[in-house]
Design a protein around this ligand. Structure first.
Ligand code: HEM
Ligand SMILES: *[C@@H]1O[C@H](CO)[C@@H](O)[C@H](O)[C@H]1NC(C)=O
Ligand SMILES: *[C@@H]1O[C@H](CO)[C@@H](O)[C@H](O)[C@H]1NC(C)=O
Ligand SMILES: *[C@@H]1O[C@H](CO)[C@@H](O)[C@H](O)[C@H]1NC(C)=O
Length: 328
């Protein structure tokens, strides 16, 4: 072996050892609460179900909320923190413009209370968010998933950094793909995750830039007329509850209608529509539009990737008692 060769070899060996050690201290496992709180997953599933029966859109919210939690640094329930700085001003990721429209966060604490009664100080808020999203997906027509647990809760809020991680509604496709790539989510999985936009609503503030002063040429003209009816004001009051549904046919089902809408130029956000005009993403859009089984499998794969982004484990973070506050 040449000198260069052996240096390369030693380097590879070292990186391997380092990586495998890091891997060990950062592992989530299936059934993490098996011993410490055997009923945890069942309790969460029941709670998600009863909330869904009362407020159907809570199921949709679990999915968006997990995205906003996991994408920003780590799946660590930092999204839920309402901290005060020294001047008494509330710092929260929810204050970022990217968090606009996030709803139903309060239900995490409802589930947390039931778990605290059953097994105090044991189940993290971060795991509740992840498992709730998993269970919600089944209620909305998605696949069952085996999801690892053992995430711990952050002691920090990343309120100042949200925009570095979560793209805007009108960002370029290359920016969107690179943000997801940064956390190990490939283009196919990114296309699948955006299928979450087959559910729920978009407020007019996130749409009007495609309608006024001129209609975005990538938007179907008839659909634009419909959207203008939903959003008649080019400068909507952000507080007004004016919105359009992502998927008129099945707003409460996770399905591949979203991709058919993209191909028909009826996607609502610019980031959605762009998936249909790039050679990187268009083949996935076409395949997902024509095969719901394939879409659902990719969606499940992608959601698991997202749910495992950079978790806090072992002695990192803490198990919060109240999901809105770090422990005293
Ligand atoms: C490029 C990435 C993304 C951008 C720019 C984005 C942006 C948005 C925007 C602007 C809304 C509308 C908010 C409103 O007006 O109320 C929305 C809604 C939603 N997003 Fe995303 N999103 C992205 C990715 C994702 C991902 C990865 C998921 C989940 C896997 C997701 C799940 C949802 C859901 C479920 C809604 C509907 C929420 C509701 O009806 O309450 N989004 N998104
Ligand atoms: C839970 O733990 C017990 C005892 O360690 C083990 O026998 C069982 O297989 C575990 N169950 C699961 C689903 O991991
Ligand atoms: C994206 O939309 C926002 C309003 O939501 C606007 O202020 C901004 O200029 C837009 N950016 C681009 C690149 O069009
Ligand atoms: C749809 O996708 C599934 C999963 O990838 C695959 O097994 C099946 O053959 C596909 N069906 C068609 C009609 O292409």
């Amino acid at each position: 072996m040449s000198l260069g060769g052996s240096i390369k070899f030693v380097f590879l060996l070292l990186s391997f050892l380092l990586l495998s050690n890091f891997g060990k201290s950062q592992e989530l496992v299936v059934n993490y609460y098996n011993q410490s709180c055997p009923q945890a997953e069942e309790i969460i599933k029941q709670q998600v179900f009863s909330l869904y029966q009362k407020h159907g859109n809570s199921a949709i919210s679990w999915i968006r909320n997990l995205f906003h939690d996991c994408m920003v640094k780590s799946c660590d329930a930092s999204l839920l923190l309402e901290m005060k700085n020294e001047e008494g001003v509330v710092i929260s990721e929810m204050k970022s413009p990217r968090s606009f429209g996030i709803r139903n966060l309060k239900y995490v604490n409802k589930i947390k209370q039931v778990l605290e009664n059953e097994c105090p100080n044991t189940v993290s808020c971060a795991d509740i968010m992840a498992l709730a999203a998993r269970d919600a997906i089944v209620l909305l027509g998605g696949l069952e998933m085996e999801m690892k647990t053992g995430r711990r809760d952050s002691k920090e809020s990343y309120g100042e950094m949200v925009e570095e991680f979560i793209p805007n509604h009108n960002d370029s496709l290359s920016l969107v793909l690179s943000r997801f790539q940064d956390i190990g989510i490939d283009a196919e999985a990114t296309v699948a995750l955006l299928g979450a936009h087959s559910m729920g609503r978009v407020h007019c503030v996130n749409l009007v830039n495609r309608l006024y002063p001129t209609v975005d040429p990538t938007l179907d003209p008839n659909h634009a007329l419909y959207l203008k009816k939903r959003c008649p004001n080019p400068n909507p009051d952000p507080k007004a509850v004016q919105y359009a549904r992502n998927d008129l046919e099945s707003p409460l089902v996770v399905d591949n209608n979203y991709y058919r809408n993209v191909l028909d130029h009826k996607a609502l956000l610019l980031v959605d529509q762009q998936l249909g005009s790039s050679p990187i993403t268009l083949p996935y859009v076409q395949q997902m539009a024509s095969n719901n089984t394939y879409f659902l499998a990719q969606f499940a794969r992608a959601l698991l990737l997202l749910s495992e982004n950079n978790p806090l484990t072992d002695d990192q973070g803490e198990i919060r008692k109240d999901c809105r506050r770090i422990n005293k």
